[in-house]
Write a protein that binds this ligand. Sequence first.
Ligand SMILES: CC(C)(COP(=O)(O)OP(=O)(O)OC[C@H]1O[C@@H](n2cnc3c(N)ncnc32)[C@H](O)[C@@H]1OP(=O)(O)O)[C@@H](O)C(=O)NCCC(=O)NCCS
Length: 225
Amino acid sequence: MASEVVRHAVRASRLSSPRRLAAAVLPRPLRTRRLTLRQATADDAEATFEYRRLETVSRWLNEHPTDLRTYEAAFGDPARLATTLVIDLGGRTIGDFVLRVEDAFAQAEVVGQARSTQAELGWVLDPAYTGQGYATETIVELLRYCFEDLGVRRVIASAFADNDASRRLMARVGMRCEAYLVRDALHRSGQWLDTVNYAILGDDWATRAVKASAHGLPGRPPRSR
Ligand SMILES: CC(C)(COP(=O)(O)OP(=O)(O)OC[C@H]1O[C@@H](n2cnc3c(N)ncnc32)[C@H](O)[C@@H]1OP(=O)(O)O)[C@@H](O)C(=O)NCCC(=O)NCCS
């Protein structure tokens, strides 16, 4: 749930490029201790609809799908599939994540240097699988992938301020709250709600990864550059 004006403008300019739309963000699956993360396909629509249609899940999401056919059409959009990952636990789809690589804001003279330097994450878990660290495990691996493999310098995420589970999750993986926006987003309930923007820099992550490794937590030391 992005909310920065600059970010929208940057994304709009990226979306005007059909070549970028087609590029899958995860060419090969990633594996963690318990999970497999892979690029979504149109065939994942039904499994993700099963939990996304629940009000408790969609409460903080951009859409609340109620009809499978309509949802399949939206989910199968190539632009959406290109940035959607699903997580499998023993062959069962238990969640879907967004990973979107984007250009950071830059002044005109240095715009080329800011291309694809930032990534945005989003997440949804089937409520039958929350409370067991699966989202944390996924994000730790996606941060590694973003910083080590994609080479971005900053990873961002945003949420409604009252989404406590998401805020705990972002803090748990080392993201910092950079902005608290007051009543800037209209919820489907009709209320204007506060939102929060979180981020982590590659440097923060490298330090945290070393600490996490030393304490036996998820995470791993960065490669030497
Ligand atoms: C946001 C969301 C993904 C968080 O799910 P989650 O289950 O809380 O996150 P995790 O899978 O990382 O599990 C962490 C929880 O399990 C516990 N846990 C158990 N075993 C764990 C382990 N091995 N590692 C880490 N945490 C573990 C943690 O203590 C934590 O519980 P707490 O937050 O009550 O302290 C989930 O609530 C969701 O899908 N919500 C609906 C959609 C949504 O809001 N999306 C985000 C929009 S911005």
